[in-house]
Write a protein that binds this ligand. Sequence first.
Ligand SMILES: [Ca+2]
Ligand SMILES: [Ca+2]
Ligand SMILES: [Ca+2]
Ligand SMILES: [Ca+2]
Length: 366
Amino acid sequence: MSGRTMRWQVLLFVSVSSLSTVVGQVAYSIPEEMSKGSVVGNIAQDLGINVKRLKSGKARIYTEDNGKYVELNKDRGVLLVGERIDRETLCGQTTPCALHLQITLEDPIEFYTVTVEINDINDNAPSFKKDEIKFRISESAVTGAKFVLERAMDPDVGVNGLQSYSLQPTDSFNLKLQNQQDGSKKVEMVLQKHLDREAQQHLSLILTAVDGGEPQLSGTVRIEISVLDVNDNAPVFTQEVYKVTIMENAAKGTVVTSVSASDADHGSNGRIKYSITNSLDQAHALFQINEESGEIKLIGNIDYENARNYHINIRASDDGGLTDSCKVIVEVVDINDNKPTINIIMAAFVNAEKCTSPLDFHTGRQ
Ligand SMILES: [Ca+2]
Ligand SMILES: [Ca+2]
Ligand SMILES: [Ca+2]
Ligand SMILES: [Ca+2]
């Protein structure tokens, strides 16, 4: 038996009834969880009864609920703990918690009442039903938004019961506790600053509940937050202007260049489609862009004598309708195809290889 468990108090009241039957009562106070056989009190001494009288009077002990928590040792004249007493099982949240016993003697009949108050010890830590609470919170959630958390339970009473909570870390969420009518607390976390999925997709917090016992006990639950995406980023091209050159005799299907934009959002919010937005010139007739890859191909015939450059306006759009634009400047490189003398020389060169006439070459080029 520890020093602590010896600190019980004894209250004694003895009175004499008008029927000459000695009626006495005694009250003890012990902590819960004392081991079987621990002394509750020296009942013979406290009631002023000789130990021999306990035996000759066939002293018997009764309890309201027939429990065997306390037993009478007639040889020693003491009350002993009959089985371990768990205050939480016996009384729940009710205080004070007490066992009510009667001791009877025969020849002559005597009747005593004994009250054993069971004091709480801090033998339960606050606990949560689950190990983990999951939230899915949009990155567009406004600051001040509240999220109800689970409450902890601590079956002990008074200071040994649940006292307070804390939440870590505190950079994104603060803890808000609100007293309820039933004496418990409503536990909420309040968003303190905007979430940004692009910066942090997942947050882990720890909610801790503590009691006020000595030593203090605590319980924790993990709070796992998945930040849901909203379309808050527009596509961004890697360059505002792309400059390329192309030979005026380039064949249809020639890849002119590729443009590229990126979008920090997730899924369809970050899926980019490219398009040519020119409306007044020939760009649509001459160039085609792959809407998925951004690759630009030549689909018509270009002629240096018609246009020395083309400005292709390109738009990148995500599925949410946010856009960016860039310009592709295509410089056409002259290959001197209108100078007959050179044509004749070239034709002669070609003829030497292909055995065709200069006239054929000119006809063939058109
Ligand atoms: Ca307890
Ligand atoms: Ca406790
Ligand atoms: Ca986006
Ligand atoms: Ca986003």
